[in-house]
Design a binder for this molecule. Structure first.
Ligand code: NDP
Ligand code: A1CAB
Length: 264
């Protein structure tokens, strides 16, 4: 199989690292960026993937081309790709906002799938929102390929901006909370280093708990909350703030931005 990545930034590299960790051969992964990008050589040395700036060479006999640039750079990628794209090559887009219709209209209607992963792909734990173009064939092969770095959730394309906010951007929202938690531990008297370790271990342990039980999150919380104890006191303070509303606004803003990108 030949998979070609246009764009090798944060998300693309998370994906091909995840794929390689799960047994996809690095020689099957071709990567390109803008001329002079030091990551091209770095990923060749680190991972054994195949860098190139020659579009004809990259696209010859490609099974999949992955569009992994910012949506704003898609036009420049189209310019590179359109002359040499073969009819049989399937297109995978991870770009927020950019629709299947836009991609197909610019690139001969080639079979196209939109996926919305997240950076947890590096540890094979992404959530992949997936929507196929109507003409897409052999969906099973594609689903198997992207399962190497995460769990697939098939959705309508109309739901894409929603899942982009929820799980594409989602890790950033959670990291922000953890950052603030660590800052608060410093305010409580821990050193910065201690606060960092305590926060990371707390989050990892809590995630592991969620992984290993079917209990509702509310029950897990209640199990910690002794009557008139410390947790109860902390939660009473937390309840004075409308956390749900804060998240409603955060997710709405992210979703709206996806809609704006779709229109650009
Ligand atoms: N980061 C994330 O968590 C997620 C991102 N996405 C989507 O993934 C895409 C990439 O995001 P991210 O990885 O964060 O972005 P990055 O900026 O880290 O990576 C994009 C890369 O593409 C390069 N590039 C620009 N133009 C071209 C071109 N014509 N040909 C080849 N490469 C080019 C950029 O180079 P230069 O910087 O020099 O311009 C840059 O290295 C976006 O569309 C985003 O919506 C989706 C899910 C999650
Ligand atoms: O911030 C962004 O636009 C991209 C899409 C989802 C995560 N990062």
């Amino acid at each position: 199989m030949k998979i070609v990545f246009y764009g090798i930034g944060n998300m693309a590299s998370a994906i091909f690292k995840g794929m390689i960790n799960e047994g996809v051969k690095p020689e099957e992964i071709f990567v390109t960026s803008i001329p002079g990008d030091p990551l091209l050589e770095l990923f060749k040395e680190e991972l054994g993937v195949m860098p190139s700036l020659n579009d004809a060479e990259l696209l010859k006999n490609a099974d999949y081309v992955v569009f992994a640039t910012k949506p704003q750079d898609f036009e420049s990628v189209v310019e590179r790709v359109k002359a040499n794209l073969e009819d049989k090559t399937k297109l995978i887009s991870i770009m927020a906002g950019t629709t299947i219709e836009t991609i197909q209209s610019k690139l001969n209607g080639n079979e196209t799938v939109r996926i919305m992963p997240n950076t947890n792909a590096v540890v094979q734990k992404a959530v992949n929102g997936v929507a196929f173009s109507e003409n897409f064939t052999n969906k099973e092969e594609l689903l198997k390929l992207i399962e190497t770095f995460g769990t697939n959730v098939l959705i309508e394309e109309s739901e894409f901006n929603r899942i982009t906010a929820a799980t594409g951007s989602g890790p950033a929202f959670l990291y922000y909370l953890y950052e603030k938690y660590a800052d608060s531990l410093v305010n409580l008297g821990f050193s910065k280093e201690q606060a960092d370790v305590l926060t990371r271990e707390l989050v990892i342990g809590t995630a592991e708990m969620m992984k290993n039980t079917d209990l509702p999150l509310s029950t897990l919380r209640e199990n910690i909350t002794s009557k008139k104890g410390t947790t109860d006191a902390g939660l009473k303070s937390l309840h004075k703030h409308d956390i749900e509303k804060i998240f409603d606004q955060t997710l709405e803003a992210a979703k709206t931005r996806g809609e704006e990108l779709s229109k650009d």
